[in-house]
Write a protein that binds this ligand. Structure first.
Ligand code: RUQ
Ligand code: CUA
Length: 682
């Protein structure tokens, strides 16, 4: 009833559609006899009970009872905040997207690996270019990425709303984003490999950010023919040490573990009873090398022959101990625990997993790992207790690299047949697990056993229901879904295809986020919103309670540098504006405030180097100014309090009108100036 109370307060009853929705809502609540359960189904036709205008609107628009209920559950009036924020990867847009739930309103795209001119990211500001510098690949600038898995920082296994990490699968990079200002603060390049997929996942207190690789290659970066695959190519997982106080990954405390040349896939960290461990799935344990151009089986066939691949199980403490004991080797200047040490020191064990697995997801209490084989209709559930017991008992077998392999039957807890193409699993607070089914285009709800069995009336380890989604679902994300206490409220199905859902916009179609209401039990799990995603290919998302995030309204002080977190040495207050020459370098100390830059004329000579520092001296919420310098590839966004620097060489004489790109005031068009470049001889 909260939403209705809010509507009531806001006195917008005059709107006919709202009236209709409220009328139906009342009918729904009455007919179910349970005012606290807005998800309860109406006994009679909701449309039948609409009066006057509302009924005719519903009829005219062809809205069903289910449509009206879905609207009631998601419609969020302006000025009302969303209960959750979803941080969604943006695939090869290289960005991260912030979406309010349940409204599914896109609130922001955070520029991460790809320059973005609205935020002035990578378009001339020294601060953002320094961040992007960290992501150079073999010395080259790579100005895009393929984000797959965002990971919010956790404290004691709960999202704490301080930072979010994400990976770049295409170049094996990891980014750190602060949720104070929703800006990227750091990009680190993995020194020993070129692709990652089991990234980013965090340990329950975010001391470690896990980055699992994907496509095996020589970790030295040197050439080796594909015929040397088994000898020279290797997989890896990297443990990046996160320094929370600094808000940065500490590369000097980070290290990697060399792995067999299987294609490692998604990882997840243990929690509670399994804290101190992490797991990564893998495929292509066949070590197929492809080569269909020469008549060899393509990767898709060669990598799918075996009935089992290997779940990799890592002991974090033992890995740290080996690192501290100096058992690492330096590869490309980075400490790496060799495969033999990982095998001999109990750092790595393998567990057979069926068949071309994809997801590996740890239950909220840390008791189980759920694995899905893309080519197997089951989810397989392993018990951490059993894994630890089997490790203690001493595995009888090893793989061809000498890594101990546990016996499947010793460690498996259950298997549940859920449907075709199972991928990823999420959890709720009612003892249900949810698994995406790519081939079925469905989300399956099934029951956990063990300590979860008492949380719902359904039999343990069994399929309860499936909801159709449209279409080809990859990940699913549940509210607070990767924490030790999922909320059990909403689940988003991140669908790859959206054909027939939306107006056609040419052959490149949007993807589709579908919001499912999972608050009910049993078979009740309706889709309540479709959100076209026309800004990248989301892979994974995490959903956090919005009130956990304490973002700044404006930067804490005038002259704040968001990268250093301190007052910028070039911060300029009102009255301090000036232009200073230091040899060939001209420093411009400028302020921006509605509706002028000071100074408005800046005169230099051809051949000079310009360092242009702008401070937004506003304290008003939302009073952002932009700065565009024509012909210089400079677009800055200067939020209230922020100081930004852009530097460039002045190669041509001429007259360059600069202006503010944010429509900041009635006289915004007047917020402009002239950059005057005198010919060098003058
Ligand atoms: S994934 S393809 Cu998380 Cu299923 Cu990247
Ligand atoms: Cu400042 Cu427009």
């Amino acid at each position: 009833m909260v939403a209705i109370a809010t509507l009531n307060r806001r006195k917008i009853w005059a709107i006919a559609l709202t009236m209709a929705l409220v009328a139906v809502f009342a009918a729904v609540a009455c007919s179910s006899g349970d005012e606290d359960d807005p998800t309860a189904a109406p006994a009679a036709s909701a449309q039948g009970q609409l009066g006057g205008d509302a009924k005719s609107i519903a009829e005219r628009r062809g809205l069903s009872d289910a449509d009206i209920e879905a609207a009631l559950k998601t419609f969020t009036p302006t000025g009302v905040m969303d209960e959750y924020l979803m941080f969604s990867s943006g695939g090869h847009s290289g960005q991260l997207h912030v979406i309010g739930m349940p409204s599914m309103r896109l609130l922001k795209t955070i520029a991460v690996f790809t320059p973005e001119s609205w935020q002035g990211y990578g378009i001339g500001s020294n601060e953002s270019e320094e961040v992007l510098e960290g992501g150079r690949v073999n010395g080259d600038e790579v100005l895009w990425g393929d984000t797959h898995h965002p990971a919010l920082t956790e404290t004691a296994g709960e999202y704490d709303g301080e930072f979010v990490f994400t990976n770049d699968k295409a170049n094996a990079r990891v980014a750190v984003i602060s949720l104070k200002d929703f800006e990227t603060k750091q990009i680190v390049k993995n020194p020993i490999t070129l692709s990652d997929h089991g990234a980013t996942m965090v340990t329950p207190n975010s001391e470690w950010v896990i980055e699992g690789g994907q496509y095996a290659m020589p970790l030295s970066g040197d050439y080796a023919p594909i015929s040397d695959y088994q000898e020279k190519y290797r997989g890896m997982v990297t443990m990046w040490k996160f320094d929370r106080a600094a808000g940065r990954i500490d590369t000097t405390q980070s290290f990697a573990i060399e792995l067999p040349p299987y294609w490692q896939d998604l990882c997840d960290a243990g929690k509670l009873v399994s804290e101190g461990w992490f797991v990564c799935g893998s495929f292509n344990t066949e070590m197929a090398t492809g080569g269909n151009q020469d008549g060899n089986p393509p990767f898709e066939a060669g990598a799918s022959q075996a009935d089992m691949d290997y779940l990799h199980v890592f002991n974090i403490e033992k890995a740290i101990a080996a690192r501290d004991a100096g058992k690492t080797v330096q590869i490309q200047g980075f400490p790496v625990i060799p495969l033999e040490v990982a095998a001999s020191d109990g750092i790595l064990h393998l567990v057979p997993e069926p068949k071309s697995p994809h997801g590996a997801d740890v239950t909220p209490g840390g008791e189980y790992i759920v694995v899905s084989g893309k080519l197997d209709p089951h989810v397989t559930i392993y018990s951490f207790d059993k894994i630890i017991a089997a490790i203690a008992a001493g595995p009888a077998e090893t793989d061809s690299f000498g890594v101990p392999v546990l016996a499947f039957d010793d460690v498996v807890e259950a298997q549940v047949e859920v449907g075709l193409g199972p991928l990823h699993t999420q959890f709720d607070n009612k003892g249900y697990a949810y698994t995406s089914l790519f081939l079925d285009s469905a989300v399956a709800r099934w029951t956990l056993g063990g300590p979860y069995a008492s949380l719902n009336p359904d039999p343990e380890w069994s399929l309860i229901t499936k909801t159709q989604v449209h279409y080809n679902v990859g990940h699913i994300a549940a509210a607070e879904g990767d924490t030790v206490s999922p909320d059990g409220k909403y689940l988003v199905s991140l669908n790859k295809w959206s054909l027939d859902r939306f107006n056609l916009v040419g052959p490149l179609l949007p993807q589709n986020f579908q919001l499912l209401d999972i608050e009910g039990t049993g078979e009740e799990m309706p889709v309540i919103y479709d959100m076209p995603v026309g800004f990248g290919e989301p892979h994974y998302a995490q959903i956090i309670k919005a009130d956990k995030i304490h973002a700044w309204e404006v930067y804490p002080e005038i002259g704040f540098n968001p990268l250093t977190g301190e007052i910028d040495p070039s911060a300029t207050l009102a009255g301090e504006e000036r232009v200073e020459r230091d040899g060939n370098t001209v420093h411009v100390y400028m302020t921006a405030v509605r509706s002028h830059f000071t100074p408005e004329h800046v005169t230099v000579k051809e051949g000079d180097h310009v360092a242009w520092h702008i401070t937004n001296i506003e304290r008003g919420l939302d009073a952002t100014h932009g700065f565009a310098m024509p012909g210089k590839n400079v677009s800055l966004s200067i939020e209230p309090g922020e100081t930004i620097t852009t530097e460039f060489d002045v190669t041509d004489d001429g007259v360059f009108p600069f202006y503010c790109t944010e429509f900041c005031s009635a006289l915004h068009l007047e917020m402009a100036g002239y950059f005057l470049v005198e010919p060098s001889g003058s």
